[in-house]
Design a protein around this ligand. Structure first.
Ligand SMILES: [Fe+2]
Length: 259
């Protein structure tokens, strides 16, 4: 069994003037406080990217200071706002805090495979090169019958919401999906961020879960060409429990911290 927290899109910033009415660091403070108060242990925390608001050193210093307060092992993926090099140089900390790329980890017998978009031509709407998709296929073949979790920053599949499909998705994510669908009995879930909203989608036996941003969410409706703020929904994260062949995902809302 496996219990973990899925967090994403923290957009940590050292600039106090960045969105002063709803500074992203307040979402992280609220997250840290909530995690500190949880009454159950978790095996790890998965961050699916956009750790910092911009790829600047002072932001990663700030992120390190905040993330140092987490006691659980943390796996971090770069998002389109991140610098993977700065993440590795400034956030990685041995086994305790790992920055993942196109990687593979075994945790309690579950195989976590991660997809890194930071090398793509356009990190906002990446098209993965053939070599990266082949690498993903090779990672999948290494799992040899074990249950699989997949994590990425972006969604893989079309949703019917134009701004998500065309402006915020892995443009050839269908190819990753086809590889996963061929192993559907073993895929416990795909976990992603980037679109700042709670979304669950189900296709060919694969469940895709997007967790909310910790500070700011968007809406997504049919026909929406542009992203729009969802000011009614607080920041949050997801608790994921995997027991045998069952995956349970629960959203946690974060109390808004005001100064
Ligand atoms: Fe983001």
């Amino acid at each position: 069994m496996l219990t973990f927290l899925h967090i994403s899109d923290t957009h940590i910033s050292a600039d106090p003037e960045r969105h002063p009415a709803q500074h992203p660091n307040r979402g992280v403070e609220s997250l840290l406080k909530t995690i500190d108060g949880l009454s159950f242990p978790v095996d790890f925390i998965l961050h699916t990217g956009d750790v910092c608001a911009e790829p600047e050193a002072e932001n990663y210093h700030q992120a390190r200071e905040m993330l140092d307060r987490l006691e659980q092992p943390l796996y971090l993926l770069p998002g389109n706002h991140d610098s993977p090099r700065m993440m590795r140089d400034m956030l990685a900390d041995g086994e305790r805090r790992q920055v993942l790329g196109d990687d593979y980890r075994i945790i309690n017998g579950y195989h976590l495979i991660t997809v890194d978009i930071s090398g793509a031509d356009d990190p906002l709407t990446p098209t993965l090169p053939d070599g990266q998709i082949d690498h993903f296929a090779a990672q999948l073949s290494r799992t040899q019958g074990a249950p699989i979790l997949v994590a990425a920053h972006h969604p893989f599949l079309r949703t019917g919401v134009p701004w998500i499909d065309d402006e915020a998705r892995i443009q050839n994510g269908e190819r990753l999906h086809e590889l996963l669908a061929a192993q559907r009995e073993r895929v416990a879930g795909v976990f992603f961020g980037q679109i700042h909203q709670v979304v669950t989608s189900f296709c060919d036996g694969i469940t895709y879960n997007c967790c909310p941003s910790t500070w700011f969410n968007f809406t997504g409706y049919p026909g929406m060409e542009l992203a729009d703020a969802d000011l009614d929904t607080p920041g949050g994260f997801n608790l994921v429990m995997i027991r045998e062949n069952r995956t349970f995902v629960r959203r946690y809302s974060l109390p808004r911290l005001t100064e």
